[in-house]
Design a binder for this molecule. Sequence first.
Ligand code: SF4
Length: 336
Amino acid sequence: MGRAPSTSGSSSELFDLDLEGAIELIKKSGARTVGVQVPEGLKRIAPDLAGEIEEKTGCEVIVSGDPCYGACDVDLDLCRAADLVIHVGHSEMLEGDRLFDKVVYVEARMRADVREAVERAADLLSARRVGVVTTVQHVHKLQDILEGLKGRGIEGVLRPGRRTRYSGQVLGCNYEAARNADVDEYLFVGTGQFHPLGVALATRKRVVAADPVTGSVSVIDIGPMLKRRYGAIARAGDAERIAVIVSKKPGQRRMDLARRMMSLGEEQGKRMVLVYLDRMEPDALVNLGVDAAVSTACPRIALDDQAKYPVPLLTPPEFEVLLGLRKGDYLLDEIE
Ligand code: SF4
């Protein structure tokens, strides 16, 4: 495991990348042209990575200049242009297409020590048996987390999910590993509030979040998120012309679901339009002149980025609420 090439002041200094393994694979494969795809938070290391791969393998390297948000977001054009593609930062997800066979995943592992944050989080946990969940950046710290909990007399439970590579790993679009734990309380270790909010919405159980970078711990409150989401549903109530968005990204493409949303809207007299796009941007909706949109793409777009959009952006379960077809607890949109 080598250090990520240093780019002064960038977040890359927080991560380790196993580039050596990828370089060995490139050499063995006989590839002449190698693509490199790097997520936005690590983009600044792409030139250094390209240089290192060129130097150590003699291959031509092409860096994807397009944004990359997850393992769902493999650059298929780059796969066509290159013999192998190094996809940095995410764990393997896609299979079943000849192009995906070209993709080598190089996960980014955060160096941050989790023990202090877990120690603080243990003070907030009330159950003696808790589900432990994290993102791929911290999966190598899961044993430290379990041991930290054990030291406080708490059993940590790890379970797998089908869309994720590691037990205990969650994605912004999938919380199966959390649901499978079948516990009354969760500890999420990682950065940001989106994933622990997702765990709480997906399980409806108490979630304590511990951030190993800032050391902060908190109990997740889903109230503000639910208020925002029901607000968006209410604002979409008067919409006459509604777009149903389908992403071209291979791990987000849910055409069948989109067609079902089209039919449900049309049955209720809405003017529906099916829109296929690679990158969801506010301007795309403005230019289409729609009053609202249903996004079948990455659920984070509607849940995290609504403020950027001039019209309400609903997830498929939220659209069903709008149409009066879904009652009861809020259902989080997940991709299986
Ligand atoms: S669909 Fe969204 S949350 Fe899921 S892996 Fe892709 S970018 Fe991440």
